[in-house]
Design a protein around this ligand. Structure first.
Ligand code: PMP
Length: 407
């Protein structure tokens, strides 16, 4: 495909063919949203400069973002990518705790700078991560489908959280303590896996008792996508010490942010300063505010909830008819369909996932595999996706599965 245009939840190739975009959580409020485009255009013509100068929109935008977060998350840093946001979060945590070790969930991805690449243990991106960084501690992914504790166990959240407690003990046994625990509120890069109830409350208590800070990576999953809440961490009923944002925040414009507490920001200020030429420039701030306006005015969080429920039910229905689907993950409009060759052995259907994605493309739907074994179809469309779009996606997946995948 040579994509030449995006409009709402559709992408168009150079022959004018439309594809339903089921994968683009960056274009959160829809491709080419006129309000976002107009905001960027207007501000670009008026003033754009580095963030050394004083202009009102940075303060206004910071206030709008913090109004969406619980206390004491009140200090905002503007940066340009999700990787920069997580990199800065790590610096903040290390400055505050004066510790270096980091606990992460096995298989998660947090970005591409040297520091966050080190803490990204996704097999696809970073196969050597766990063997080469003694300060990085990857804990078992709390996946009730593949892990030892299933969703039928009411204490599964607490049991997976015990893995974090064990990691803390291992760090302590070496005479150190953790600087931070990093996770997404919904495991996006692992395929849209929702955390079991009670997981983060137990983990956060253990990490804080050991002097560490809790970082929520909302780069993929924030801004209303999970439907019930604005932030994915809220589905677990916790308040992080640092929240990082990216992708949807600028609807494709390179903008991201880190929000933390005054105490952590002060500890950072005491040791260093931070400057970012483009972070929070006047155009970025106008774009960011336009995105927030659209989410609110078009009721996109409520739509993620409503369309997401309908979508997930349609995918679960397919699971009843096609043995290749082993699990349907997700919350709101962030979902994953895990494909397995055998429901008992759960052998990943990797080649089948790629073949299905190719067939879906021929049928006019863009979806792609993710996960350690590339066998989970990730579904995270622009939030303007409609029920009819969800039904079309499910019908095309049904059709492709009925045709059978040649591998
Ligand atoms: N965190 C998560 C959870 C991500 O999925 C990504 C990107 N895939 C990043 C951080 C890094 O964001 P960026 O690519 O904007 O640097």
């Amino acid at each position: 495909m040579r994509i030449v245009r995006g409009w709402r939840q559709y992408l168009y190739d150079d022959a004018g063919r439309a594809y339903l975009d089921a994968i683009n959580n960056v274009a959160h409020v829809g491709h080419g949203h006129p309000r976002v485009v107009a905001a960027a255009h207007r501000q670009m013509a008026l003033l754009n400069t580095n963030s050394r100068f004083l202009y009102g929109s940075m303060v206004e935008y910071a206030e709008r973002l913090t109004a969406l977060l619980p206390d004491p998350l009140r200090v905002v840093f503007f940066v340009c990518t999700g990787s920069e946001a997580n990199d800065l979060a790590l610096r903040l945590a290390r400055a505050y705790t004066r510790q270096h070790d980091v606990i992460v969930i096995d298989g998660e991805y947090h970005g591409n700078t040297t520091a966050v690449d080190e803490i990204s243990t996704s097999l696809l991106d970073n196969p050597a991560a766990k063997d080469t960084r003694p300060w990085v501690h990857a804990v078992m992914r709390p996946n009730t489908y593949r892990g030892p504790y299933g969703a039928d166990d009411p204490a599964c959240g607490e049991k997976y959280a015990a893995e974090v407690r064990a990691a803390i003990e291992r760090v302590r046994a070496q005479g150190r303590s953790p600087a931070a625990f990093f996770t997404e509120g919904l495991l996006g890069s692992s395929g849209g896996i929702a955390l079991p109830d009670g997981y983060l409350p137990h983990v956060y208590a253990a990490v804080r008792a050991a002097g560490g800070v809790c970082i929520a990576d909302e780069v993929q999953v924030g801004f209303g996508r999970v439907g019930t809440h604005f932030w994915a961490f809220e589905t677990q009923g916790v308040v992080p010490d640092i929240v990082t944002m990216g992708k949807p925040i600028g609807n494709g414009h390179p903008l991201s942010a880190v929000v933390t507490t005054p105490a952590i920001a002060e500890a950072f200020r005491a040791t260093t300063s931070y400057f970012n030429t483009y972070g929070g420039n006047p155009v970025s701030c106008e774009v960011g505010m336009a995105v927030l306006d659209v989410i609110e005015q078009e009721g996109l969080q409520a739509s993620a909830l409503e369309v997401g429920r309908h979508f997930k039910a349609a995918l679960r229905d397919l699971m009843g008819r096609h043995a290749l689907i082993g699990a349907v993950y997700g919350l709101g409009m962030y979902m994953g369909v895990e494909l397995v060759r055998d429901r008992d052995t759960k052998q990943p259907a990797t080649a089948e996932a790629l073949a299905l994605a190719e067939r879906m493309r021929e049928l006019g739907v863009i979806v792609y595999p993710t996960g350690d074994h590339y066998n989970i179809l990730k579904i995270k469309p622009p939030l303007v996706f409609s029920r009819a779009n969800a039904e079309f996606f499910a019908a095309m997946l049904d059709r492709a599965l009925r045709e059978g995948v040649a591998v």
